[in-house]
Design a protein around this ligand. Structure first.
Ligand code: ZN
Length: 134
């Protein structure tokens, strides 16, 4: 059972990410290496503009960075981002489980974290389009 019926919500209509926000993701991923970086994505009118960092979410436990009890009930948050230091730019089973349960758009940044080292996914874990805007 999902915590919230995300399919019937305006927030599902995210179409873009600010270039600046994407750059922050890649830089944070790079500086967290070899650990994972994780954050929530905040959007305004369909554009992802901000990262929401949660205390104590990073270092160590692989793919445990988003624990269910930590998922914020914040209606400006549209999904998650995390890094894959391994360089694999696709979701693990644990990632898919998270994507199904929380949010609409999820970004995986993969090593070496250059400008094209990221992919956006929908709640089913399928790659989706996300435009980069100024
Ligand atoms: Zn992952």
């Amino acid at each position: 059972m999902p915590l919230f019926d995300f399919s019937k919500d305006e927030r599902g209509k995210v179409h873009s990410i600010k270039k600046r926000t994407l750059r922050m993701i890649l830089e944070a991923s790079k500086s967290s290496f070899p650990e994972e970086f994780g954050a929530f994505l905040r959007a305004e009118k369909g554009v992802i503009k901000e990262l929401v960092l949660l205390p104590g979410t990073v270092s160590g436990e692989r793919h445990a960075i988003f624990r269910m009890h930590m998922l914020p009930i914040d209606f400006t948050i549209v999904g998650t981002v995390h890094s894959h230091p391994s360089g694999a730019c696709y979701p693990s089973e644990a990632d898919r489980e998270l994507f199904r349960r929380y949010g609409w758009v999820h970004i995986i940044a993969c090593s070496p974290y250059d400008r094209s080292s990221w992919t956006a996914f929908d709640m089913m874990g399928e790659p989706r389009e996300l435009k980069v805007v100024d």
